[in-house]
Design a protein around this ligand. Structure first.
Ligand SMILES: [Zn+2]
Length: 88
């Protein structure tokens, strides 16, 4: 069932090879972050670099309340203007 978790934790890491930012998403119940910070994550970069980090080793840790988060984006529906399609 969806919605079992109340918060999403975003951990930001940095690739030691190419310096790309690497983001790991974890989930938790309640606001207790200890569980996700002490968990290990395999961080894989597109360059092939792979390392296992603990959440607390992340450069950044962002907590997002998830229960009321919309399942669709906030952007207004994009309306298609048929009149513009026939332009030559
Ligand atoms: Zn890399």
């Amino acid at each position: 069932m969806e919605g079992q978790f109340s918060h999403v934790h975003l951990f930001l890491f940095r690739c030691a090879e190419c310096a790309e930012p690497l983001l790991i998403a974890a989930t938790s119940n309640g606001e207790n972050t200890g569980e996700t910070e002490n968990a290990a994550y395999d961080v894989l970069c597109t360059c092939g670099w792979l390392k296992r980090f603990l959440g607390l080793e992340a450069i950044g840790h962002y907590v997002v309340p998830w229960i009321d988060a919309p399942s669709e984006n906030h952007l207004p529906d994009r309306t298609v203007d048929d009149s513009g399609l026939a332009e030559t």
